[in-house]
Write a protein that binds this ligand. Sequence first.
Ligand SMILES: NC(=O)c1ccc[n+]([C@@H]2O[C@H](COP(=O)([O-])OP(=O)(O)OC[C@H]3O[C@@H](n4cnc5c(N)ncnc54)[C@H](OP(=O)(O)O)[C@@H]3O)[C@@H](O)[C@H]2O)c1
Length: 248
Amino acid sequence: MGDLCVVVGATGSFGRAVTERLVTRGLRVLAVGRHEDDLAALAAEAAGVIPCVADIADDSAIGTISAALDGPVRMAVFAAGLPVAGSVETVSPSDLARGADIKLGGLLRLVRAVDARLAPGSRIVMFAGTLGFEPKASSAGPGAINAGVFNLMRQLGDVYGPRGVTTHTLSPGPADTPRVHALVERAAAERGITVEEQWASYAAGTSLGRLPTVAEIAWAVTLLLDPEADVLHGGVLSLDAGGHRGIH
Ligand SMILES: NC(=O)c1ccc[n+]([C@@H]2O[C@H](COP(=O)([O-])OP(=O)(O)OC[C@H]3O[C@@H](n4cnc5c(N)ncnc54)[C@H](OP(=O)(O)O)[C@@H]3O)[C@@H](O)[C@H]2O)c1
């Protein structure tokens, strides 16, 4: 029986690719999401996937996830989506609060659920995003909430490092996912340009000239399975094809 990982948001764009890679490496994945049918479909496609229906925005997720664990947790990954769009002028304040409950509250719920099952070498892996440290007026929610994620992960690093449990914040730029497709279509309509022109402007925001792929993002997560990845403890991995301009 393979070591156990937990992936919150396992049926999402990044979460699915991460889950598929982990099971390919012989690990088992407790796949967390709210929709039973989607989780069952994922489990039917990939041996080693164990469905776990839970809403990470609700405290009951702590008990639901912890009750489903049957051994040490090698890696706990938070990859749930953030359904908050709009600028500071248009975003719904309630949506902003709900988004914070999903990602900030949800991160702590995941960590509390797995805490007793973490051992030296276990990984806590969290998806943030470049907007958290390079704010854009058009994306108030991902900006503000992911800024909080960076801070919270540093705090968790201080707490878990002495236990030999490492923390890793992933900072993707926009990737080729359905969520970004929807954003591109909306932005193109707002700017009165074609979808192709809007994609080109996203790609031009990277120095590689293209957006990261989902497979590349998932690869970065499996990299953290290597024992040498201990050295990355507490850090942020930029997964943005050169979109991030700041030096830090
Ligand atoms: N996509 C990008 O280009 C991009 C760029 C930068 C950062 N990020 C960050 O990366 C993370 C993943 O992005 P993504 O595009 O892969 O997201 P996504 O496809 O929208 O993720 C959806 C997944 O999250 C689950 N989920 C949503 N709310 C949940 C809840 N309350 N409880 C449990 N599961 C929940 C969904 O399952 P159910 O609906 O069944 O619950 C589904 O499995 C996000 O946090 C995002 O901010 C993404």
